[in-house]
Design a protein around this ligand. Structure first.
Ligand code: PEP
Length: 242
């Protein structure tokens, strides 16, 4: 499995800023061999970014989609609209969607099924809050998110990616230790049974990416803040992996 490095731009960068960012990223990243590099801009930038990234090393992801293909869902985006402009990946269940926008395991399950049906590769995010970790409930929470989110779905390599993102490590500058992350990844892998790419996310930066990706259970990283800085993201893309 090739290592995957994905950059989630969240609600940052208007179309003009996105164009400039992707152009600088391409210049800073240069040639990429045997790594999958995905950028995940906001919806309004997808078309612009997809055009610039066509035939380059960059793949495009979206930050969300609706589970229905079309209809009376004001303010939502269909996965079919995404595939029609060259988007290949979609984040499903990012903790900001779960915790700020109230997305439930059941909603995420429907989204995952639709993404699979229409050929979008989901990056399905799971992770515990700080309180849940302190209460020793990490495995219970992850298991619930996996079982409910993946009900009726067999995740397989190339069709779905799972991202372990401890909520307490996202945008906080706190990172799970490589051992903490490795242990949860092993737990997820055991539960999934079939081979699947599992990413770590949570305050990954150029200084900690190497030690995180050195963990044998970790197949890549999902990067937020550091993906907005081309030079930082390029360094993460090129970290040495033993
Ligand atoms: C994320 O947005 O998925 C994320 C991990 O953010 P950050 O790297 O800023 O913690």
């Amino acid at each position: 499995m090739e290592p995957v490095i994905a950059g989630n731009w969240k609600m940052n960068k208007d179309p003009a800023e996105s164009r400039a960012l992707v152009q600088q990223l391409l210049a800073d990243i240069g040639e990429v061999k045997e790594r999958i590099v995905i950028i995940v801009p906001p919806f309004t930038s997808l078309l612009h970014v997809a055009e610039i990234a066509r035939n380059t090393c960059l793949k495009i992801g979206a930050q969300n989609m609706h589970w229905e293909r079309s209809g009376a869902f004001t303010g939502e985006i269909s996965g079919l609209f995404l595939t029609s402009i060259g988007v290949e990946y979609v984040l499903i269940g990012h903790s900001e969607r779960r915790h700020i926008m109230g997305e439930t395991d059941e909603m995420l399950n429907r989204k995952l099924k639709t993404a699979l049906d229409i050929g979008l590769i989901s990056i399905f995010c799971v992770g515990e809050t700080e309180q849940e970790r302190v209460q020793n409930r990490t495995e219970e929470v992850i298991l619930r998110q996996l079982e409910n989110g993946l009900k009726g779905i067999e995740p397989e390599v190339h069709k779905m990616i799972v991202a372990y993102e401890p909520v307490w490590a996202i945008g906080t500058g706190k990172t799970a230790t490589p051992e903490q992350a490795g242990a949860v990844h092993a737990f997820i892998r055991k539960h999934l049974k079939k081979p699947c790419t599992i990413l770590y996310g949570g305050s990954v930066n150029p200084d900690n990416a190497e030690v995180i990706m050195a963990q044998k259970e970790i197949d890549g990283v999902l990067v937020g803040g550091a993906s907005l800085k081309p030079e930082s993201f390029a360094r993460i893309v090129h970290v040495t992996i033993p």
